[in-house]
Design a protein around this ligand. Structure first.
Ligand code: G
Ligand code: G
Ligand code: MN
Ligand code: NA
Length: 249
């Protein structure tokens, strides 16, 4: 409960900030997008990683406030970047339960002056677990607005393949747990199957967690569209990502 109270106070303060990690096109290595990853620099505990407070925020409802802050801050940052670079924002399925969710997205874009096609909304497969009619409707509305809807961490969650047909996605991110095992044979098989499935639906794929040149080469050979990972770029603070993008202040 204490950490929850501290999180409530931290949202909107300088303790919470965004880092960004680039997604590179394959094979020509251009930055296609940067993913916003939230950070909590706690005055006593130091840097708390998101997997230690996103779950808490989902439980106590603070994810609505935190998620709205992330969305607005990410859109404001992205307007400073070259216009071909998109911004990817992780959205918790819990945020979809807020009836104001679509209004918040629209307002974040408007306020920042960011065109909708520069926003990629990353959602995990957990989205399929509850209330799929409502969720499907929200994904459809996001896509109709011009945003990209991205299925994150694909292959780890609850998704049946049929969901890929029922929901519309503009991109699929292959979970890093598979990429990590490359070139091991069963991981190769799974990745190849995901890429082929996505290609058959005209959906591009991003491989997450690319750490070695060999992994990169294999993913390219398998037809992956984008790569993200420590080989290419770690999550970095705003100033570093601007420098990477050649933004002059
Ligand atoms: O940043 P890190 O590399 O440690 O991310 C760990 C996890 O936290 C990832 O699964 C990522 O998707 C999630 N995460 C990071 N930032 C956000 C955010 O702003 N909102 C949500 N819902 N999840 C996030
Ligand atoms: O689930 P999501 O993809 O949103 O999570 C992003 C998380 O993955 C962040 O915590 C980020 O630091 C981490 N990450 C990004 N690239 C790599 C990588 O190449 N290797 C490892 N081990 N983690 C990575
Ligand atoms: Mn993500
Ligand atoms: Na992911």
């Amino acid at each position: 409960a204490r950490l929850g109270d501290e999180l409530r106070a931290a949202i909107g303060s300088s303790q919470i900030c965004l880092h960004f990690q680039p997604l590179y096109t394959m094979p020509d290595n251009q930055i296609a997008a940067c993913e916003a990853l939230v950070r909590w620099n706690h005055p006593v505990r130091g840097m708390i990683p998101p997997d230690q407070f996103i779950g808490l925020a989902e439980e106590n409802g603070l994810i609505h406030e935190l998620g709205e802050w992330v969305l607005r801050a990410a859109c404001r940052e992205a307007v400073c970047w070259p216009p071909h670079v998109k911004v990817a924002v992780n959205v918790s399925p819990v945020q979809f339960r807020n009836s104001r969710f679509m209004a918040i997205v629209q307002s974040a874009l408007m306020e920042a002056g960011l065109v909708p096609h520069r926003l990629e909304v990353e959602i995990t497969e957990n989205i399929f677990v509850q209330n799929s009619a409502v969720n499907r409707d929200i994904l459809r509305q996001l896509a109709d607005m011009g945003c990209s809807v991205v299925l994150d961490d694909f292959g780890t969650g609850y998704s049946a393949l049929s969901y890929l047909r029922l929901f519309s996605f503009q991109k699929i991110k292959i979970d890093r747990s598979f990429v990590k095992e490359l070139p091991e044979k069963s991981a190769s098989g799974i990745i190849q199957a995901i890429v082929s499935l996505a290609q058959s639906m005209d959906i591009p794929t991003t491989a997450e967690g690319v750490e070695t040149q060999e992994q990169w080469a294999r993913l390219h050979a398998m037809g992956c569209s984008e790569a993200q990972g420590f080989l290419l770029g770690r999550p970095e603070p705003v100033a570093a990502i601007r420098e990477r993008l050649g933004v002059r202040d």
